[in-house]
Design a protein around this ligand. Structure first.
Ligand code: NAP
Ligand code: F7E
Length: 355
């Protein structure tokens, strides 16, 4: 059988690297877009690159950028993929307030560059397109959200993603492209970026448990997120692309937990019970047994606008495509803490033997 060809933007990121692994296991040929950087940015895919590229040429990386129409057009023309997964983005909500124009260019117009290239190329092959849309598009509604809920973005990241969401729909309807949106709620993994609250917490907890630091500084403890496991979410992306028709699907767990709860669970994994004292920026989280302070608030992590509560209803994808999450919240937190401890121990041993 002819091997399918996938093109992934954001292949060096959390989801892109997990999706590349997933598709390679399914015998795809995978092409990924990577940005030029002054230091290596392929840490998440180096192991699979060695395994697959050197042995039987299944994984190819190409320099390019979502802000560069020429590179996008040229690569699609050369690769002629069966499936395009647009996962590339400036994906940090707080940073989108600092770099709103750049975020809009990459996250909003980047999507348009891909969609427009697909229509203009007029390839014989029908290219399928997946857009990594986000629960941030809903903004602050404090209710369970599904495909019919209204969008009320409250950050430049969310409005850029909403532009991409609409253009995905518009190109589907106007040009008949197979173009689907996965409206994804937060999803994490051991390879999550280190400035998202999940990974920032689990890494700090691992360091605290090994005596390498004492305090974790955070912002808003009281927001709620619907946290799932990224490995489950890349499977959902692929299933959406194999479905009989293109459409928009919420990918979520239908559960929500506070940042505070995430932190408590992560500490629990290493045997520390966190108690809370004080209010606002004076609030602290301390070890119930030793009284040592392990969590403090730093205002720099507050956002100009906050999404306080997110919870997604994944009934549509469950009933139509047969996808459900496998990893629950506590399994996710434990997995991330365990992996961070393992990696830290490895690097400490490495450091000692290097000395
Ligand atoms: P991530 O770890 O931040 O990865 C983003 C990827 O995009 C990286 O490979 C990054 O390259 C690349 N990128 C950034 N700017 C680019 C540009 N100008 N041109 C080309 N590539 C660029 O994000 P993620 O968590 O894997 O998320 C994947 C996608 O899903 C993103 O679109 C995100 O907005 C969306 N999403 C994520 C979540 C979530 O909870 N994870 C939820 C909903 C939607 P470098 O490695 O060089 O930085
Ligand atoms: O924040 C609060 C913060 O940055 C989660 C992205 O993948 O999911 C992600 O966006 C919550 C927020 O993720 C800190 O204020 C407290 O309420 O981990 P986060 P996010 O903003 O929800 C959506 C679905 C995406 O699409 C995005 O690409 O945690 N929080 N203290 C903190 N957040 C961070 N980053 N750092 C703190 O110290």
């Amino acid at each position: 059988m002819k091997r399918k060809v996938a093109f992934i933007t954001g292949v060096t990121g959390q989801d892109g690297s997990l999706l590349a692994k997933f598709l390679l296991k399914k015998n795809y040929i995978v092409h990924g877009l990577k940005r030029r950087a002054s230091s290596f940015n392929t840490g998440r895919i180096d192991s699979i690159y060695e395994e697959h590229q050197l042995k039987n040429k299944k994984l190819f990386l190409h320099y390019g950028d979502l802000t560069d129409s020429l590179s996008i057009y040229d690569l699609l023309n050369k690769i002629k993929p069966d499936e395009v997964y647009n996962l590339g983005a400036q994906s940090h909500v707080a940073i989108s307030f600092i770099n709103p124009e750049y975020t809009t260019n990459v996250d909003g117009i980047g999507n348009l560059r891909l969609l427009d290239a697909i229509t203009k190329l007029k390839l014989k092959k029908k290219i399928k397109f997946f857009q990594a849309s986000t629960s941030e598009m809903y903004g602050n509604q404090k209710k369970i959200l599904n495909e019919n809920s209204k969008f009320e973005p409250v950050s430049p990241y969310a409005s850029a993603k909403l532009l991409a969401y609409w253009n995905t729909k518009i190109y589907r309807e106007a040009y008949g492209i197979f173009a689907s949106n996965g409206i994804m709620f937060n999803h994490e993994s051991p390879v999550r970026g280190e400035n998202f609250i999940s990974k920032k917490t689990t890494k700090a907890v691992a360091e605290i448990s090994l005596g390498l630091r004492e305090v974790l500084y955070v912002g808003n403890l009281n927001s709620y997120r619907d946290w799932g496991y990224a490995g489950d979410y890349v499977e959902a992306m692929w299933k959406i692309m194999q479905y009989k028709k293109s459409d928009d699907f919420v990918i979520a767990t239908n559960k929500t937990h506070s940042v505070r709860k995430f932190i408590e669970l992560a500490f629990k994994r290493v045997g520390i019970t966190i108690n809370w004292k004080g209010q606002g920026i004076k609030e602290i989280g301390y070890n119930k047994e030793t009284n040592k302070i392990h969590v403090r608030i730093d205002e720099i992590y507050f956002r100009p606008n906050e999404v306080e509560y997110l919870k997604g209803d994944y009934t549509k994808i469950k009933n139509s495509i047969g996808w459900s999450p496998r990893i629950n919240f506590s399994m996710l937190v434990n997995m991330m803490v365990d992996e961070d401890i393992k990696n830290l121990k490895k690097s400490t041993i490495q450091f000692k033997s290097d000395k």
